[in-house]
Write a protein that binds this ligand. Structure first.
Ligand code: NAD
Length: 434
């Protein structure tokens, strides 16, 4: 929880709510801005998104009846380039959560020095309840409701929780048809995370997990942890969780526990990350996986590992979970998985927290490569994508490590400071219009 009202947020009329994700995130960013003594105008600009769009749209269901859905797109900041950020399909999508994730995207792009701004969107829906046809109609209708509020030069969506390459393909196709972009060049650059055959990039599916592994490559040796010998646990075995695990398997790390929405499993001898991924693909979750014992959620959190990787939803690690966690390093694959109180508790308990805007920046970085390839009508090899991703992730991790030392602050504050320094430098050059 944010422990006290922030003065900038109070000035903007926010009613203090310590459980509100947006206020938690903005308070942390503004605390880093204070640490840098950034000008008040910059803090005011970053404390609210530029645009918040909410749309309601009908979709014909397979039964012949119609349902009305609520969708969002929040465009936080485009100082550095077009807005960029995922589209989430989940029943609990809310405006405050989307705002929070869009602010994190601004910070993430600035930290990695990408020429992109921050955005995020989503639809309040449980994708597991929809048939493929319903999902396609929902995606197309949502995209048409957004209309020109997205675009390859303006705002570029990507996959997030509950969305995938197929959905991105429908989104790009719809946009191209309704805006006439189908007749022009690089219209498919409106969306990233597309299928390979329709302008997707090599390496995009695994990108977030790959980026996290590159960050660990830099960070773990400094913490005297050897990836080839370490044990780790994962919360969420979807795109981010399962790819991180599959790539850590190549380095010899031992996956001992996993928790997802279906249950938790444990195997002290280690589980095969690829086999588990195939099992989850077939069965929808880790529950029932034969090569591990079922455990309860408390046992999962108390289980001792070198590294824990939350890769599910926001705010899952609150104060009580923070008191149970038994690891040396917590590497945030998910966005905002820890509440501020949990953060403080983990720090007091000596757990090193590696922040989400660094750890999961691999996704948006390869999305940037995809956008660039589409616009330049190029196709990069998997090797080139990996090499470029490693270079940018290592540079970002080094920046965070150096600033943490310089400012004598934790890694989260250092990551925000690095992003804010860059934004400040560009605002200094551009000024505020008029
Ligand atoms: P996903 O939909 O592929 O997987 C989500 C996982 O979370 C699933 O395994 C699900 O079982 C688990 N989960 C859901 N509710 C849970 C609960 N109550 N308890 C335990 N587990 C639960 O999503 P993803 O794309 O892997 O995204 C995961 C996180 O990473 C999100 O915070 C997302 O914003 C962030 N992220 C994703 C990407 C990307 O490229 N996919 C990039 C950056 C950040």
């Amino acid at each position: 929880m944010a422990s006290a009202p922030n003065t900038i947020l109070s000035e903007l009329g926010f009613r203090f709510d310590p459980n509100n994700l947006y206020q938690q995130t903005a308070t942390q960013v503004l605390a880093a801005a204070e640490l840098l003594d950034l000008p008040t105008f910059l803090q005011l600009i970053l404390a609210q998104p530029k645009n918040e769009l909410m749309v309601h749209f009908p979709v014909r269901m397979d039964s012949g009846s119609y349902k009305l859905f609520k969708g969002y797109r929040v465009q936080h900041n485009n100082l550095l380039g077009p807005y960029k950020g995922g589209m989430r399909f989940h029943p609990s999508v809310s405006l405050d959560d989307v705002k929070s994730l869009s602010l994190l995207m601004t910070m993430k792009c600035a930290l990695v020095r990408l020429p992109l701004g921050g955005g995020k969107g989503g639809v309040q829906v449980d994708p597991r309840q929809l048939s493929k046809g319903e999902m396609m109609r929902l995606t197309r209708r949502f995209t048409s409701a957004l209309g020109d509020n997205i675009g390859p030069d303006y705002d570029i969506p990507a996959p997030d929780v509950g969305t995938n390459a197929e959905i991105m393909g429908w989104m790009a196709d719809t946009y191209m048809n309704i805006t006439g972009r189908a007749q022009r060049s690089y219209g498919n650059a409106v969306v990233t995370g597309k299928p390979l055959a329709f302008g997707g990039s090599e390496g995009r599916e695994k990108a977030t997990g790959q980026g996290l592994v590159f960050v660990l490559e830099v960070m773990l040796p400094a913490m005297h942890i050897d990836p080839a010998k370490m044990t780790y646990s994962v919360i969420g075995y979807g795109n981010v969780g399962s790819w991180t695990a599959r790539l850590l398997k190549e380095r010899g790390s031992k996956l001992t526990a996993v928790l997802d929405h279906t249950g938790a499993i444990l195997n002290h001898s280690g589980m095969d990350a690829d086999e588990l991924a195939a099992y989850v693909q077939q069965n929808g979750g880790v529950k029932g996986y034969a090569d591990a014992e079922a455990i309860d959620t408390d046992t999962f959190y108390k289980h001792e590992v070198d590294v824990m990787i939350p890769a599910a939803l926001e705010q899952m690690i609150d104060e009580s979970r923070g008191s149970q966690i038994n690891c040396k390093v917590l590497a945030e694959g998910a966005n905002a998985p820890c509440t501020p109180l949990a953060d403080r508790m983990l720090e007091q308990r000596g757990v090193q927290v590696l922040p989400a805007i660094l750890c999961n920046a691999g996704g948006v970085t390869v999305s940037y490569f995809e956008w660039k390839q589409n616009r330049q009508a190029e196709r990069w090899s998997a090797q080139k994508v990996d090499d470029e991703l490693r270079r940018l992730m290592h540079a970002a991790a080094d920046r965070v490590t150096d600033l943490a030392k310089e400012k004598k602050c934790d890694m989260r504050a250092a990551a925000y400071c690095s992003a804010l320094q860059y934004l400040d430098e560009v605002y200094e050059i551009r000024g505020v219009f008029p």
